[in-house]
Design a protein around this ligand. Structure first.
Ligand code: SIN
Ligand code: FE
Length: 295
């Protein structure tokens, strides 16, 4: 199996990156690699240290999520914790993650759209998901039922902030083209008018294109297939505390097996802003179907 990590020697969120690292980074990322920065850590301030507890979660949502643009926080325990402290910690991470992308992938900057910041204080191993579709310990590519993205790339920055030396253990699977070859033939066409009905009923926040329909089906079928989960070509990575990694999770087959206390920032990127748009899931699927899928 090919080496999936591309290591970058970046130790500071706000320092510019050499042109040679930028050239390597965009090429490797778009080809399905994970950009791995083992020495890029995120330190909590003294007043933020109480955040390193499961009590910070309201235990209803899987993660604590923060919309830094609307200043909205979800999933936190508001009784025992000051939301201002949580927001300021997550806003600082969002700012650093954005600066990192601007430095490492400067050609994305103009088109980059900022998504949610997420804080994951609950141990993944042994957690009981509500359904297999929500089980991130199974290999999958990211696609979300309520949030169609109409072909935009999902670009994520992760940092393990575990204080007890515990790694974030991931599995990664086969290349996206292989995933498509295996699962696309099992997916039928959506029924006519499906997207308009989902939108009208409020099931999706935005219009669900055929691309979104296919990606969600691939996501669900990968997770449902236990034989595939066992037998697909795969490898394991242990991201130690103090590691940061950048990955296009709509493209890289991944699963999180164990770990606790992780920060994550999501960005979206229109396919046209890529150096090589042909490598996007949208273009790969359009090539396989021989038609446009963004309608
Ligand atoms: C996922 O994106 O499936 C989970 C990643 C993580 O929480 O480590
Ligand atoms: Fe995922």
């Amino acid at each position: 199996m090919k080496q999936i990590l591309t290591e970058l020697d970046i130790r500071d969120w706000l320092t510019p990156v050499s042109a040679s690292s930028q050239t390597l980074a965009i090429q490797q990322l778009e080809n399905g690699n994970i950009l791995y920065m083992p020495k890029l850590s995120f330190s909590l301030l003294n007043e933020e240290l109480p955040a390193l507890s499961t009590r910070i979660s309201n235990h209803k949502a899987k993660n604590i999520s923060f919309n830094s643009q609307l200043d909205q926080l979800h999933g936190a325990n508001h009784v025992d914790y000051d939301p201002i402290m949580i927001k300021s910690m997550m806003a600082r991470f969002a700012k650093y993650a954005h600066a990192l992308i601007n430095h490492v992938l400067p050609s994305y900057s103009k088109a980059l759209q900022i998504g949610r910041t997420s804080y994951r204080p609950i141990e993944i191993h042994g957690r009981k998901p509500k359904s297999y579709r929500k089980d991130d310990t199974r290999l999958h590519v990211d696609a979300f039922p309520a949030s169609p993205n109409q072909g935009r790339r999902i670009l994520r920055v992760f940092t393990n902030i575990n204080p007890d030396g515990k790694g974030r253990v991931w599995r990664y699977g086969e290349a996206f083209q292989h995933v498509v070859d295996r699962f696309l033939p099992k997916i039928g066409n959506p029924w006519p008018g499906r997207s308009a009905v989902l939108k009208a009923l409020g099931i999706t926040k935005t219009y669900c294109t055929e691309y979104d329909y296919i990606m969600l089906n691939i996501h669900n079928k990968m997770k449902a297939d236990m034989r595939y989960q066992r037998t697909a070509v795969q490898g394991e990575i242990d991201f130690a505390p103090g590691n940061t990694w950048i990955v296009q999770t709509d493209h890289v087959s991944h699963a999180a097996l164990s770990g606790q206390f992780l920060l994550e920032q999501t960005f979206y990127l229109p396919v046209e802003a890529m150096q090589n748009p042909e490598l996007s899931p949208l273009r790969v699927l359009e090539a396989a179907k021989d038609r446009k899928l963004t309608i």
